[in-house]
Design a protein around this ligand. Structure first.
Ligand SMILES: [Zn+2]
Length: 250
């Protein structure tokens, strides 16, 4: 799908925990000291897998577009069925991919700035009945409040048919929406776990022209500079214009 690379946006972000966060995994090499350890990398630092963040953002985008009466698939498989032609996938699959479709957005694992974790009491759930096991003790490891995770996302060809940086606009506005409306990720968000905020530190735009000119770094926009807001607003306007153009005829 992306044989042709016209441009690329690289986005660096920080996820700050505002409560305990638990994203479980079995990737630890040490013998498990708790029933439910958090996912860590080979340096023993907790991570937020890119796939977790992507899943959360995808769901948010689906809800948003449904609210705007823009047709999206509930099941990504639909986008590769005969119902839709190649290249006319729904905006959600265009961004985040489908069953046989490469999405434009790739999110790498975000790594914590600290190895510190805490142990909380959990409730053991009987698999069959989905009810709490009577009296069973269950420890859950969590990343505490105030931890920062650093991550990066890549958006291939951020323009959409003449709407400059529209996919970047989709991503940046989605992050804002997530921060205001949901802010939850990982396990047991209904019990107050997993409250986070995502801050964009900078984005970088690289075009094929930059490559030709030997400028492999492209142009960087740190969040502290006025140009960041300017390009961000333009990108979000582009995304809105694109959504306006497909409304009612997807
Ligand atoms: Zn779709």
């Amino acid at each position: 799908m992306f044989e042709k690379l016209e441009s690329r946006a690289l986005i660096q972000y920080t996820i700050k925990t505002k409560s305990d966060l638990h994203i479980g995994g079995h990737g630890t090499t040490a013998p498990a000291e708790v029933d439910s350890p958090v996912l860590k990398n080979d340096r023993d630092l907790p991570i937020i897998p890119g796939s977790s963040l992507k899943g959360v953002l995808r769901t948010e985008m689906e809800r948003l577009l449904k609210g705007l009466n823009i047709d999206t698939c509930a099941v990504p498989d639909v986008c590769k069925s005969k119902k839709r032609k190649v290249g006319s996938e729904c905006p959600v699959c265009m961004l985040f991919g489908g069953a046989e479709l490469a999405g434009s957005v790739r999110i790498k694992d975000a790594t914590a700035n600290s190895k510190k974790t805490v142990i909380r009491d959990g409730v053991a759930i009987e698999r069959k009945t989905r009810k709490a096991k009577g009296g069973a003790k269950y420890d859950i490891e969590a990343v505490p409040y105030g931890t920062e995770f650093y991550g990066e996302a890549v958006i291939e060809n951020p323009d959409i048919s003449g709407n400059k940086n529209a996919k970047l606009g989709a991503f940046l506005s989605l992050i804002e929406f997530f921060n205001y409306c949901s802010g939850g990720i990982g396990h047991a968000t209904s019990r107050g776990f997993g409250q986070v905020s995502i801050e964009i530190d900078n984005f970088r735009l690289i075009t094929a022209g930059d490559y030709l000119a030997g400028n492999y770094e492209g142009k960087i926009y740190p969040c502290s500079e006025p140009e960041f807001e300017k390009v961000k607003e333009q990108a979000i306007t582009s995304w809105s214009a694109y959504l306006g153009s497909i409304k009612g005829n997807v």
